[in-house]
Design a protein around this ligand. Structure first.
Ligand SMILES: Cc1ncc(COP(=O)(O)O)c(C=O)c1O
Length: 430
C-alpha cells in the first residue's frame, strides 16, 4: 500500500488519490492522511477553502486572506445571491422586525412548536409563486430533496434521474432504496426509451430533473419533459434551486420560462440562492404536501427554520415581485459576461446566472485558483469528485448588483490566467 508521502500531494495534491487511498484505511489512519494532505495544501499556498468573509454577502466582500492573515477587499463571484437580496434594506428590516416579534429561533420541529404564522404565510406565498396549491418548508435545500425521497419512494418504484442530478437528490435515493436509473444529461431520447422500458414497473415511475443544472448553468427542456411524463403516467420532480427568482417573467422559475408554469407535480427550491439565505421548500398539490408533512423524515425530524429566516425570504419575495429590474440587470450582466469572455477566446455559454469556465487540460486548477485569489477575485473552483476529473472548472455566479466594470475585471483576469497557466492563445473570438 502506498503511504501518504509516496502519493501525489503538495503542489499537485490530488483529492482523487486521497479518496482512493482512504478506502483501504481505518478511520484513524484516514484522519492522519487527510491531515497531512491539508497541511501540504496549506504550505503550498493553495488552500482556499474556508476563506473567512468579514462583511455582508455582496458584490464586494472583506476577506481574511488564508495565506497572509490580512484583511482584503475582494470582488465576489462565488455567491449565489443572484438578486443581491442578502443585504437588501427591505430584507434586513424584515429580519429586524421578526427578531423583535419572534426572537432568534424556535428550538423545535414544525410539527411540534416550530410553526408560526410567518411559516404558514411563506408556504402560501411560495405555493402561489410556483402555481401550486401548497408548500412545505425545510431547514435546507438538501433536506428538501432528502424529504422527497424518504417521503415518497418505495422499493418497487422506478426513479429515472438526469445523470447531472445534485448530490442531495442522489443521497435521498440511497436512503430510500428505490430502483434508480440515470439517463444521459438532458437527452430526451434516452429518457423516452427508459420510460418505455419501465412502463410495466409494479410501482410508480418518477422522473427527476433540475431546472438549472448547478455545475453547467444549462436548463432542462421542461416542456418536452412534462409531455413525456404525461404520456407515460410518470410523476415529475423538479429541483429548481437555481431557477427560482431568476428565470421567468415573474421570477417564478424554470417552469415559467419554459411555458409549463403550474404543470409540475412536485417542485423543490432553496433559499440559499436567489434569496441569499438558507432553507428549502417543496411545492405541490395540497394532498401531496399534507402527505409529505408527516412522511418526509427530514421535515418531521428536523428543527424549523428560525422566524428571522422565514421573514427574510418573505421580504425577498416582495422584492422578486416589486423589482423586476433586478432580474433585468442580472440578465444584462449574464449577456455582457458571456459576450466578453467569448470575445477573448474563452468559450462559455449558459442559460442562467452560472458560468462554468472549463479548465483547459494542461492547466493546474489550484494554481489558477490562487491567481484569481491574488487578483482580488473570489471564484469557486470545482474539482473532482464534485465533477469528473477532465471537467474541472471555475464556477462563476453573477449577481444583479455586479457592474460591467466588475465583469471587465473578471474577464481580464481570466484571459491572463488562461494564457499564463493554460495553453490557449487569447484574443481570438470564439
Ligand atoms: C441543484 C441543487 N439542489 C439542491 C441543493 C441543496 O440546497 P442547499 O444548499 O440550500 O441545501 C443545491 C445547492 O447547492 C443545488 O445546487
Amino acid at each position: 500500500m502506498k503511504t501518504t508521502n509516496e502519493s501525489s500531494v503538495g503542489e499537485s495534491a490530488n483529492i482523487r488519490d486521497m479518496l482512493l487511498m482512504g478506502r483501504r484505511m481505518k478511520l484513524r489512519e484516514r484522519m492522519l492522511a487527510y491531515g497531512q494532505f491539508m497541511e501540504q495544501l496549506r504550505s503550498g499556498g493553495t488552500d482556499l477553502l474556508r476563506r473567512e468573509v468579514l462583511s455582508a454577502a455582496d458584490r464586494v466582500v472583506l476577506v481574511r486572506d488564508p495565506n497572509t492573515g490580512h484583511t482584503r477587499s475582494m470582488l465576489m463571484f462565488g455567491s449565489n445571491n443572484y438578486l443581491g437580496l442578502a443585504n437588501h434594506p427591505h430584507v434586513l428590516e424584515a429580519v429586524r422586525r421578526a427578531m423583535l416579534s419572534h426572537g432568534a429561533g424556535l428550538g423545535g420541529p414544525p410539527l411540534l412548536n416550530g410553526y408560526t404564522t410567518l411559516h404558514r404565510e411563506l408556504e402560501a406565498r411560495l405555493a402561489a409563486l410556483k402555481g401550486s396549491e401548497d408548500a412545505l418548508l425545510f431547514s435546507s435545500g438538501y433536506g428538501a430533496n432528502v424529504g422527497i425521497a424518504t417521503g415518497l419512494f418505495q422499493k418497487q418504484d422506478v426513479i429515472l434521474f438526469d445523470s447531472c442530478s445534485h448530490a442531495s437528490f442522489v443521497d435521498g435515493m440511497s436512503l430510500a432504496g428505490p430502483q434508480r436509473y440515470p439517463f444521459r444529461h438532458n437527452d430526451m431520447d434516452d429518457l423516452a426509451a427508459q420510460l418505455r422500458r419501465h412502463v410495466e414497473a409494479p410501482g410508480d415511475i418518477y422522473v427527476a430533473v433540475e431546472g438549472v443544472y448547478s455545475m453547467d448553468g444549462d436548463t432542462a427542456p421542461l416542456a418536452r419533459i412534462v409531455s413525456l411524463c404525461r404520456e407515460h403516467a410518470a410523476i415529475l420532480l423538479l429541483d429548481d434551486a437555481h431557477g427560482t427568482g431568476v428565470l421567468g417573467a415573474h421570477g417564478s422559475g424554470t417552469a415559467e420560462a419554459c411555458g409549463v408554469h403550474g404543470q409540475i407535480d412536485l417542485t423543490m427550491g432553496t433559499f440559499s440562492k436567489a434569496f441569499g439565505m438558507a432553507g428549502g421548500f417543496l411545492a405541490a398539490s395540497s394532498a401531496l404536501i399534507d402527505y409529505l408533512r408527516v412522511f418526509a423524515r427530514s421535515y418531521m425530524f428536523s428543527a424549523s427554520l428560525p422566524p428571522i429566516v422565514v421573514a427574510a425570504v418573505l421580504a425577498g419575495l416582495d422584492i422578486v415581485a416589486a423589482e423586476p429590474e433586478r432580474r433585468e440587470r442580472l440578465w444584462s450582466n449574464i449577456d455582457y459576461a458571456v459576450n466578453s469572455l467569448n470575445a477573448v477566446g474563452i468559450p462559455v455559454r449558459t442559460d442562467s446566472a452560472i458560468l462554468a469556465l472549463r479548465v483547459p487540460e494542461r492547466m493546474n486548477i489550484r494554481h489558477a485558483a490562487t491567481a484569481f485569489h491574488e487578483r482580488g477575485l473570489f471564484v469557486n473552483s470545482i474539482e473532482y469528485p464534485a465533477v469528473p476529473l477532465r471537467e474541472q472548472r471555475f464556477r462563476i455566479s453573477l449577481m444583479a448588483t455586479h457592474t460591467h466594470e466588475d465583469i471587465d475585471r473578471l474577464v481580464e483576469a481570466t484571459a491572463e490566467i488562461w494564457s499564463r497557466f493554460g495553453s490557449m492563445q487569447i484574443g481570438v473570438a470564439a
